[in-house]
Design a protein. Structure first.
Ligand SMILES: [Ca+2]
Length: 496
């Protein structure tokens, strides 16, 4: 963030209007004292003005914490937005958000599929140390967030925030410990499980601890979009945290209309996919406009990202559609892969007046959201997380930014998955080297992401030290788990 703080101090340090020429007349000493006093008063006045300005823009210095809105797309690829190089799908609002905000080009999802990715987002714990290492609902393993798991919503509540979640939750069904209202959210409207979210025209949605019936043919995404605007129009006596995990562009591809794509000479699925993303983009634009209209944009941080890479063709690997749109951008891999395309996602942070426009290649991940939001809210994050606050990056203070040593992801193959075999990956951040292993007894592939960002060309002769370090990280980063045991990473393993 190129905070005006820096600019103000620089202008003072470069100011020369207090340098005194000593007058050569009789009352020289008296005049000099007056001048010095005058100069001192001007300095004090400026200092007070600066403190006032700074406290108005910097939540850490007294103006109170900002509102925070976190919008999450579902299965949106690294290359699906115009600001990330997309040529066919129109995303004018997100492009504008990126132009006005800070675009993170090295941001990583918590995992290659919904469940662990969202668990990391909510808890600040990566897949290496987190409790949920695979998809919780709708699969063979139905574990969810436990009562003792601390979410970012709980921490922000502790800091005095109002909290709400509209969209797809996926970390615990109604009536269980993982459900949003048991995990720090005052309000929840949406799908409690992943499987439920696969129907875009549901008869009802969860609403707090009950249900709300929907009219026939109601597209659920439109409900969430309307709820956001209602929420922003309502009076909030306190700062708020609004978490919006949209279901777009996850399958099924069945939006209410094809928008501006109706006449394109594309397969139907392509038109629908593009129309879904543009619909979501339109609603994000309405949200940003309303924040400005309400006069709260300058005290609201909005973050946008996606929970994993683009979808597969469910049984046939990378789909023709994903190839057509180049949804992964320059990266190789899709959802369920630990290749870059499976886990690297766009992230935009927008906060007019506080975050200067630009882009950053700071290596960050979903686990960093917890400590970042906690820092902005003025509350300590849980001690046992492995996320790193990126507030210094938001403030354009890279010299103060703590770096990750490594990032870890894994995918345990589940029954019915189109991916063959389980896999792990680790990114050694300072070396920018990635290690990928299919099965814990498999050979390790090493990629230098500077030399081969699409992970097609392996490092030919890695130094023995680097090879050993990467193997050690793959072997030892992972915390023990009864539910997703290390043995499940073996080739051919089947759940009991
Ligand atoms: Ca997903």
């Amino acid at each position: 963030m190129r905070l005006s703080l820096t600019t103000q101090w620089m202008s003072i340090q470069s100011s020369s209007d207090c340098i005194l020429d000593v007058p050569a007349f009789l009352f020289r000493d008296l005049c000099m004292s007056i001048s010095l006093l005058h100069c001192a008063l001007r300095w004090i006045g400026r200092a007070l003005l600066i403190v006032g300005l700074v406290s108005a823009i910097d939540p850490l210095l007294g103006a109170g914490p900002p509102n925070i809105i976190y919008v999450l797309a579902d299965d949106l690829g690294y290359g699906d937005l115009g600001c990330m190089g997309q040529k066919h799908i129109l995303t004018p609002s997100l492009d504008r958000m990126a132009a006005e905000g800070l675009l993170f080009t090295r941001h990583y999802a918590g995992g290659p599929v919904c469940g662990p990715s969202r668990a990391t987002l909510m808890t600040g714990m990566s897949q290496a140390i987190g409790f949920i290492k695979g998809n919780p609902g709708g699969d063979w393993r139905k574990e969810n967030l436990r009562a003792q798991d601390v979410t970012v919503a709980e921490k922000l509540k502790e800091a005095g925030y109002e909290t709400a979640c509209f969209g797809k939750w996926g970390l615990g069904p109604r009536g269980r410990s993982g459900y949003p209202t048991s995990q720090g959210f005052d309000r929840f409207v949406g799908y409690d499980t992943h499987a439920a979210a696969h129907n875009y025209y549901p008869r009802r949605l969860c609403q707090d601890d009950g249900y709300v019936e929907l009219p026939n043919g109601q597209y659920s995404h439109d409900v969430f979009a309307r709820l956001i605007l209602e929420y922003l129009r309502a009076e909030h006596g306190r700062p708020f945290f609004l978490y919006v995990p949209f279901t777009i562009p996850h399958i099924p591809l069945n939006p209410p209309d094809l928008g501006s794509y109706a006449d394109r000479n594309w397969p139907d699925s392509h038109k629908k996919y593009a129309a879904m993303i543009t619909r979501m983009d339109r609603d994000i634009g309405r949200m940003l406009d309303l924040l400005k209209e309400q006069g709260i944009a300058k005290n609201t941080l909005v973050v946008f990202s996606s929970d994993n890479g683009p979808q597969s063709s469910y049984g046939k690997g990378v789909s023709k559609m994903t190839k057509f749109f180049k949804s992964g951008g320059p990266l190789r891999g899709i959802k369920r892969d630990v290749l870059e395309g499976g886990v690297r996602v766009p992230m935009i942070a927008w906060w007019p007046g506080s975050i200067e426009p630009g882009s950053t290649d700071h290596v960050s991940g979903f686990q960093d959201i917890m400590p970042t939001f906690c820092e902005l809210a003025g509350v300590d994050p849980p001690a046992d997380i492995d996320g790193v606050s990126f507030v210094p990056t938001l403030r354009d203070e890279p010299e103060k930014q703590e770096r990750h040593k490594f990032l870890y992801w894994e995918f345990i193959r589940m029954v019915g998955d189109d991916m063959r075999g389980s896999r792990q990956a680790v990114l050694h951040v300072s070396e920018n080297v990635k290690a990928i292993r299919y099965g814990i007894n498999g050979s390790i592939k090493l990629f230098d992401l500077d030399e081969s960002p699409d992970e097609k060309v392996e490092i030919r002769s890695p130094s023995p030290g680097l090879a050993l370090e990467m193997k050690r990280l793959l072997d030892e980063s992972r915390s023990p788990s009864k539910l997703w045991p290390r043995s499940a990473l073996q080739e051919g393993w089947q759940p009991k």
